[in-house]
Structures are given as structure tokens and as C-alpha cells.
Design a protein around this ligand. Structure first.
Ligand code: FRU
Length: 535
């Protein structure tokens, strides 16, 4: 668990103990749109980040009346983790965000840890007002004083509701709705969905090394239904932030469980494993056609980079849209509190649409950048069809810096391909970032080993990141999003994803593509300059 500075923690504790469990104090967020600090070096320009302060997990993601809500773990008074609040932002497209006042403040029951939010369409909770359904947030209380006193039951589950489109929140007087009666020190991050078949709310709750599933008719009274995962998946860290939801594949319905784990992720530290199976209103069981990864690891990972954690999906996306939309925290507990930014710490990933597909490796979750991101494209450069062996510098042809860009490449690999094909961006400080496909390893790679400052943590540079390719074929597709301090690679139409952050001393302003293991045929090369969302 993350630590507070001792003197600060005492001051904050006394503030917390004096706060009441109910109405919220006055907002403490800067006005919208944020003006200061959005030009800082390393400030993500088309990813969500808080104007100031510390941020971790996305919370309470729910769509209601044309707005995507994003709440998130937030500590306004510092750029390291501390007493957790739920901060709040809204968007009409998941791309451009408006900061709103903090939604939930810590109180006498504890810090406000991660959780979810739903629209209670049928007013099962009785919180509706003026005939309009309430938004209900379900979150974990973390009682820091209890933890310090050596108690084990310091985490419990609670709810709050809003009758004004999430603008103000009232904590339920009967909290906690799930007290910690079994003294389980890590029991948190409730993710709730409405399960139509069993006509109940279903909660996925992480408990150290497994998942608990709970059911409720009214969001207030909960029954423990079943457990999953003690024998499945990887257990090299604590299970946190689960998400259980249905997905259709080739006309049939399956269930997917995203299960975040820290440490023990694919590159060390934080990571998101997932499972594909069935849910009958009580138990989640694995599908026989869901096998562990092609590398014979115990886990199948949603993302093979270092920096996509605590990701979950939006609730209440209209049926007419039908997408399963995802957002993660673009950092890693291995170094999140020490990355070299001054005003704020960390950003969210790009919004992604998850799809379930049958592949030679069994059922796999694919991630695709949300189509709304296309509205960021400001300028295009299309490369003519060309054969490439060696390298091709495109800096001058592009006419814009690759620092804020999206790239789509489709290439035919030669028979018996070997060596690396990919993209390199670099700057005048001899810093460079390389990404692509290594045919000899049959894996995508993301190499930030020389991509700038790594002095802040020994755990940042841990070698090139690899993601095994499990889709067969000579045609290779890469889609890349490069922001000031991050890259997201979507390989093979979203079969493989790698998200990595980096901190160059100067923007990457040169770009080349390379093929070092034979001649590749480039069928498509589109390069887009992207707009900032903050200007
Ligand atoms: C995951 C996590 C959650 C917890 C929150 C606290 O990053 O540790 O399990 O609720 O962060 O900020």
C-alpha cells in the first residue's frame, strides 16, 4: 500500500476526522478549461490528465444524458498518493474533457477508494427524484486510522447518489453497505452492473487473491454469491479493480472478467489479466476455449506495455451504440509517484473499444482506439506504396512533428522474415523510441530504453517490452498514437496492445521507418498530425 508522509498524514487525519459523512464541502478544483500547466513539457496533449495534483485509477465511468462521466482517484494537495477523493470530469466524446468539482471527499469512514457508478433506471434504490433516475456510485472506504491501529477490517463498501447529473453527491446514511465482517485487509474496488436475466445488481469485488461476486436488488443490501480465481490466473500480486461484463462473439454471448493485478504485471509492476467464460447470475466459470497465453504464462494480458492499469469499462452505454468502452490509468505503481512531472502526476489511456474474437489462441479480447479519436486528425501525410529494406527518414516529408501524431501502417512481411520492422522517433539529444515487430521473436516490441529520463526509478528501464503475435499471416498492421510522453500501439487490428510512457528531454521531432530483416512491402502508410484537446 502507498505511504503518506508522516506529518502530512497527521494533519490530514485530523481534517478527515472532523469531516462529516454526508454533504460535501465546497469544490476545490481549478476552473474549466484549465489554463495553467497544459503547455508543460511531458504534458499529454490528447490524453486526459488532471490540471494539478495526483491521479490514479479511473472510477465511476458511466454514460448518462449524452455525457461520459469520468471520476478518478485524486489527491488535490500533492503530486504523490494521499487521502483519496473522487475527482470528476465529463465529456461528450471521451476525447475532450471538462473538469468539474471534486465529487466525493474523504470522511470519517475513510478515504474514497476505487469503484463504479450506474444509472438506476428503475429506481431500485429509491434515490430517484422528480421521476428521474439517480446515478449511484459504489466505492470502497479505506479507513487509514484503522489500518494504522493494526485492524484488518479497514476496507468496506459504500454508496452515494446524485440527482443532478453527477454534479453533487449525497452519501447514503446507511453506509457501509458491505461492512468488512471477515477481517479481510484487501477487499475493494466494487464494479457493479445490472444483470437482466437474474433481475439483480451484480458486483465484482477484488479480495487480495481472488474475486468475490455479490448480488443485490436495491444496491443497499448485498448477498455474497460466489468466488472465482483462487486457482486461476496469476497471483504474483494483489487482485484489484475487477470488471465483469457480457460480450458477444460470433452470435453467442460470453462473459469477460478484467482483473487488474499489482505487482506481477507483464513487464513488472501493474498489469491487467483477463478471463473469458460464463456467468449464470451466481457463478463465473471459464470457457473451455479460453486458454492461457501463447507464452505459456499463467495469465492472458489485455496490454503488454507497462502503463495501462486499473482499467475498466463504461456503464450504461446505450444499446444503439453497443460498444464496450474502456479506459485505463496510464502509469504503473512501480514508478508512478516519482515520474518527472511537477504540477500533476499521470494521465489516462486513450478510450478504447473492446471486442471479443475467436482466434487460433482461443477467445481473445481485442482493443481498438475509439473512433471519436479520428476527430483529432489535423493534417495527413500518405506514403506511396513502396518496398523497404534498411531505413527511410520521413521527417521532412511529413511536414509536422511526430510528437503529436497517429500512424497507420500496413506491410507485407517477406517469406522467412527475420529481424525488426518498425518506426523510430528521435530528437537532437540522441534520445529515441522504437516500436514495431520483431520477426525472429514473432513478437511486437516497444523499446523505451533510450527514450529519455529514467533516473527517477530503477524500475522504469527493465528491457524492451515484447508482446507475442498470435494472429497468423504475412500482412502486419500497426496503429500508433504518439503523445508528448506516451505511445499506444495497436497491432494486428487491436489483437495486441502496448502502452508505454516516456520522458524525453526534448520532443521527438524526427521519424523514420525501418526494415532490418529483409524487404517489406508497405501497402499503406498514413501519418496524421493530431490536435491538442486543451487548446
Ligand atoms: C489500484 C488501487 C485500488 C485502490 C486505489 C487506491 O491502483 O490500489 O485497488 O482502490 O488504487 O487509490
Amino acid at each position: 500500500m502507498k505511504k503518506l508522509n508522516a506529518p502530512l498524514s497527521l494533519i490530514l487525519l485530523s481534517i478527515l476526522l472532523s469531516a462529516c459523512n454526508g454533504k460535501q464541502p465546497a469544490p476545490a478544483m481549478p476552473p474549466t478549461p484549465p489554463t495553467a500547466g497544459y503547455d508543460d513539457p511531458h504534458r499529454p496533449q490528447f490524453h486526459f490528465s488532471p490540471a494539478t495534483g495526483w491521479m490514479n485509477d479511473p472510477n465511476g465511468m458511466v454514460f448518462y444524458e449524452g455525457e461520459y462521466h469520468l471520476f478518478y482517484q485524486f489527491y488535490p494537495d500533492s503530486t504523490v498518493w494521499g487521502p483519496m477523493h473522487w475527482a470528476h470530469a465529463v465529456s461528450k466524446d471521451m476525447v475532450r474533457w471538462e473538469h468539474l468539482p471534486v465529487a466525493l471527499y474523504p470522511d470519517s469512514l475513510g478515504y474514497i477508494f476505487s469503484g463504479s457508478a450506474v444509472v438506476d433506471w428503475n429506481n431500485t434504490s429509491g434515490f430517484a427524484k422528480d421521476g428521474k433516475p439517480p446515478l449511484v456510485a459504489i466505492y470502497t472506504y479505506h479507513d487509514m486510522a484503522g489500518e494504522k491501529a493494526g485492524r484488518k477490517n479497514y476496507q468496506s463498501q459504500a454508496i452515494a447518489y446524485s440527482n443532478d447529473r453527477g454534479r453533487s453527491w449525497t452519501k447514503y446514511a446507511g453506509n457501509p453497505v458491505i461492512p468488512n465482517t471477515h477481517n479481510l485487509p484487501d477487499i475493494r474496488d466494487p464494479k457493479v452492473i445490472w444483470h437482466e436475466d437474474s433481475k439483480q445488481w451484480v458486483m465484482a469485488l477484488a479480495v487480495r487473491d481472488h474475486l468475490q461476486i455479490w448480488g443485490s436488488k436495491d444496491l443497499k443490501t448485498w448477498e455474497h454469491l460466489s468466488d472465482f480465481g483462487k486457482e486461476q490466473g496469476t497471483h504474483k500480486g494483489v487482485w484489484e479493480c475487477p470488471d465483469l461484463f457480457p460480450m458477444s462473439v460470433e452470435g453467442t454471448s460470453k462473459w469477460v472478467l478484467l482483473q487488474n493485478i499489482n505487482p506481477g504485471g507483464p513487464t513488472g509492476g501493474s498489469g491487467t489479466q483477463y478471463f473469458v467464460g460464463h456467468f449464470d447470475g451466481k457463478n463465473f466459470t471459464l470457457d473451455p476455449d479460453f486458454a492461457p497465453s501463447v507464452r505459456n504464462e499463467k495469465a492472458v494480458w489485455l496490454d503488454h506495455g507497462s502503463d495501462n492499469y486499473a482499467g475498466v469499462t463504461w456503464s450504461d452505454i446505450p444499446k444503439s451504440d453497443g460498444r464496450r468502452l474502456f479506459l485505463g490509468w496510464m502509469s504503473n505503481w512501480n514508478y508512478a509517484t516519482v515520474v518527472p512531472t511537477k504540477l500533476w502526476r499521470s494521465a489516462m489511456t486513450l478510450p478504447r473499444s473492446l471486442e471479443l474474437k475467436q482466434t487460433p489462441a482461443g477467445y481473445r479480447v481485442f482493443s481498438l482506439p475509439a473512433k471519436e479519436l479520428e476527430t483529432l486528425r489535423a493534417q495527413t501525410f500518405n506514403l506511396e506504396k513502396t518496398a523497404l529494406e534498411g531505413s527511410l527518414d520521413l521527417t521532412d516529408k511529413l511536414g509536422f512533428s511526430p510528437t503529436l501524431s497517429e500512424i497507420e501502417l500496413e506491410v507485407e512481411l517477406p517469406e522467412n522474415a527475420s529481424g525488426e520492422f518498425g518506426i523510430e522517433v528521435s530528437n537532437s539529444k540522441n534520445e529515441r523510441y522504437r516500436v514495431g515487430y520483431d520477426a525472429s521473436k514473432k513478437a511486437f516490441f516497444s523499446d523505451r530504453e533510450q527514450a529519455g529520463d529514467a533516473s527517477f526509478s530503477k524500475k522504469f528501464r527493465t528491457g524492451i517490452h515484447y508482446a507475442p503475435r498470435f494472429v497468423e499471416g504475412k500482412t502486419l498492421r500497426l496503429q500508433l498514437f504518439l503523445d508528448a510522453a506516451s505511445v499506444e500501439l495497436f497491432g494486428d487490428n487491436g489483437a495486441v496492445v502496448m502502452t508505454d510512457i516516456f520522458f524525453p528531454q526534448e520532443d521527438f521531432n524526427r521519424l523514420k521507418i525501418f526494415s532490418e530483416g529483409g524487404k517489406v512491402q508497405i501497402n499503406k502508410g498514413s501519418f496524421y498530425k493530431l490536435r491538442s484537446i486543451w487548446r
